[in-house]
Design a protein around this ligand. Structure first.
Ligand code: GLU
Length: 461
């Protein structure tokens, strides 16, 4: 069956790139001013020309228009009390973007910069990333503009309880399964799961992932995004006869993604020379001591500059863009969106960068991507390179359904299999659509096709 309208008939007369531009123009009008969301939708749509050309049925079925419109966007008030009894109000979000391949799945971010534009960009990316894993999960994202920095443990608990009191109406193990992201780790997930359990009077372990492994969480979930990024980049390097071994690596950030990317890169024989947090970066030419970073960030919840107290030869700088001016062979941006601009990309290229893997979501802006790829830097895009976290989340859902736990070795092996298969599917798809070696096109097209074909199979909605 084909769905056609006079507009569609007109559009079919235009070339596929005109069609893509016209659809994106409408998206820009409907989501005016939402720069991150428009950047993310354009990043995907601009790769789709070859696939739209070969499959005009995607036009007939309005797939692009439907993909860019979330199935549901929930915005809610989160009121909570601080330790002095003062009332605060934050804004909560959950975007249930696309449930074609499974329950909505994606993290919760607690950060003052969270807006509906950011949450929609992240939710949109999640659709394709999750599709690439090959596991049965749809795309979603959420969070709040709440700033966890400097809050007491009791304040975090009260905020999480208030947030979940509303969110609980909208989620469930077969409906929508949140997890962590920036500012949300196993402590926050624990408080939210506890509140959900209390409200529902049911132990639905699979309603959230990233739980403490002692209480229903999967082993290797914490490590999965960082490890997965390094597994993916190692595959990409191998494809060019290169490897992590013997290379100098910079990994921005010092959260879960960054810490475990550093750990795995070091295990693969690299020297990691710099990492950062929101207040600055540390440069340790002799190699970052990841155990110290773990102690500071995971146990003491301290700023990264305290690293210098035990490593006096390291240097600290408070301008985070400077981290990309340090010469390195491989860059793994694992902090946040748009952390690498055109200028930083030029600095990296001038210093001989060979490869870049996006551990964070959309860490390179559009111009940075152009500079890097035009200069022959091997580029592993976020949707593929950082899919390991959500892949192990899907494995956590499986274990919860079975009421059974896999060993760390079993999960790690499955994670490696997923990352290798994502790499293969990106390479093969890029080749098939006339862009050999272009992992950006490969990831976008492979993820898109999987969702688009299922959307057609499920009928118009
Ligand atoms: N927040 C992570 C991401 O960006 C993980 C999501 C999840 O585990 O559901 O993919």
């Amino acid at each position: 069956m084909r769905y056609t309208t006079p507009e569609v008939t007109e559009i079919r007369r235009q070339s596929s790139s005109e069609y893509i531009k016209a659809v994106h123009k409408k998206i820009a009008e409907r989501n005016a001013g939402e720069s991150e969301f428009l950047q993310a939708t354009w990043e995907v749509f601009s790769s789709l020309k070859p696939v739209i050309e070969q499959h005009p049925e995607y036009i007939d079925h309005g797939i692009l228009e439907r993909l860019a419109e979330p199935e549901r966007l929930i915005i809610f008030r989160v009121a909570w009390e601080d330790d002095e009894g003062k009332v605060h109000v934050n804004r909560g979000f959950r975007v249930q973007f696309n449930s074609t391949l499974g329950p909505y799945k994606g993290g919760l971010r607690f950060h003052p910069s969270l807006t509906s534009s950011v949450v929609k960009f992240l939710g949109f990316e999640q659709i394709f990333k999750n599709a690439l894993t090959g596991l049965p999960i749809g795309g979603g994202k959420g969070g709040s503009d709440f700033d966890p920095k400097g809050k007491s443990d009791r304040e975090i608990m009260r905020f999480c309880q208030s947030f979940m009191t509303e969110l609980s109406r909208h989620i469930g193990p077969d409906i929508d399964v949140p997890a962590g992201d920036i500012g949300v780790g196993k402590r926050e997930i624990g408080y939210m799961f506890g509140q959900y359990k209390r409200i529902r009077n049911a132990y639905e372990a699979g309603v959230v992932t990233g739980k403490n492994p002692d209480n229903g969480g999967s082993l290797v979930r914490k490590e999965a995004t960082g490890y997965g990024t390094v597994y993916f980049v190692e595959e990409m390097l191998k494809g060019e006869g290169k490897t992590f071994a013997g290379s100098k690596v910079i990994v921005s950030g010092s959260g879960n993604v960054s810490i475990y990317a550093m750990e795995k890169a070091i295990e693969f024989g690299a020297t990691v020379i710099a990492c950062s947090d929101s207040e600055g970066y540390i440069y340790d030419p002799s190699g970052i001591d990841v155990e110290t970073v773990k102690q500071l960030k995971e146990v003491e919840r301290k700023r990264i500059y305290h690293y210098l107290e035990s490593h006096p030869n390291a240097r600290f700088g408070n301008d985070n863009t400077e981290i990309w001016t340090i010469p390195c062979d491989i860059a793994l941006p694992c902090a946040t969106q748009n952390e690498i601009s055109r200028e930083s990309a030029h600095a990296l290229v001038d210093n001989g960068l060979k490869a870049l893997g996006e551990g964070a979501n959309m860490p390179c802006d559009e111009e940075a991507v152009r500079v890097l790829t035009n200069n022959g830097v091997l580029f592993a895009p976020a949707k593929a390179a950082n899919a390991g976290g959500v892949a192990v989340s899907a494995m956590e859902m499986s274990q919860n359904s079975m009421r059974y736990s896999w060993t760390a070795e079993e999960v790690d092996e499955k994670l490696q299999t997923v990352m290798k298969s994502i790499y293969r599917s990106c390479i093969e798809t890029a080749e098939q659509y006339g862009q050999p070696g272009n992992l950006i096109a490969g990831a976008n097209i492979a993820g898109f096709k999987k969702v688009a074909d299922a959307m057609i199979a499920y009928g118009l909605h």
